[in-house]
Write a protein that binds this ligand. Structure first.
Ligand code: SAM
Length: 250
């Protein structure tokens, strides 16, 4: 009998793991979608040898901590996404959550990062995966927002900045009723309170805060959903750097 090389067995095992773990959160993933996302991980792990994109390189852990984690907003009762949506992944790093989100939703996505090497790597992944609705862009979000006001129905942010800064960054990019989806580990109560105060200034409302436990005890996660419901009471975007130096809602 001819035996399969180990990497083929591993590839198939990761696909099965991904489909199973997403099902725990009620997220239905087709085999072709899982295949694309696992391919993204394989490309990432290879590229990570030359460009620092992630600390998580054990493949089974990466399935949970990168792919499943990235898709938790889709398990939120407040979030429904269609191909008509346009999303921006604020601080995409190695393409998370932007690439998995694009695979699962079919929406148009802009994957933004201020580090050029990461953006180049993510554009290589997008091309390799044949995802024509996605593009990675090299810019700071504060600068990008000056020329792309109101262009997005959804802004995603995983592991990027404090919630009040994310609210400030996302506001000028969002269209009316647009959503900011913030992914956090275990945020302090004070961080949420500052975020809610910043949201009031920016015309956003916190419409849900849901908690999730990742499979195999890999961690606690929270998804905060903010909705743009009014005009901001201040002019946004402010000068680059102010969101961190003089944060709103402190
Ligand atoms: C900790 S990494 C998280 C990456 C990815 N979202 C993830 O969850 O794996 C934060 C990323 O945000 C980017 N970033 C930080 N501030 C930014 C800004 N003002 N504009 C654009 N990107 C930013 C950094 O370059 C970095 O790649």
């Amino acid at each position: 009998m001819v035996s399969c090389p180990d990497w083929i067995n591993m590839h198939d095992a990761l696909i099965a793991q991904l489909v199973e773990e997403l099902a725990v959160f009620g997220i239905r993933c087709k085999k072709e979608q899982a295949e694309l996302m696992v391919r993204h991980l394989e490309l990432l792990i290879e590229k990570n040898k030359v460009v620092n994109l992630t600390r998580i390189t054990e493949p089974a852990d990466a399935v949970t901590l990168h792919l499943v984690d990235s898709l938790l907003p889709l398990a939120s009762r407040e979030v429904s996404v269609s191909e008509k949506d346009r999303y921006l992944d604020l601080g995409t790093g190695g393409g998370f959550p932007g690439i998995p989100f694009g695979v699962m939703t079919g929406s148009h996505g802009t994957l933004l990062d201020s580090v050029g090497k990461k953006v180049a790597a993510v554009n290589e992944f997008i091309q390799e995966l044949g995802m024509r609705r996605l593009v990675a862009v090299h810019d700071r979000v504060e600068d990008y927002a000056r020329t792309h006001g109101g262009s997005q129905t959804i802004v995603l942010a995983r592991a990027v900045a404090q919630t009040n800064a994310l609210v400030e960054y996302a506001t000028p990019l969002l269209s009316h009723n647009g959503l900011l989806l913030v992914q956090k580990g275990r945020p302090e109560t004070e961080e949420i309170e500052r975020g809610v105060r910043a949201a009031k200034i920016c015309g956003l409302e916190l419409v849900s805060r849901e908690t999730f436990e990742l499979p195999r005890g890999l961690g606690h996660r929270e998804v905060l959903v903010f909705k743009k419901v009014r005009k901001p009471t201040i002019k946004l975007p402010r000068k680059t750097g102010l969101a961190k130096r003089e944060p709103l809602g402190e």
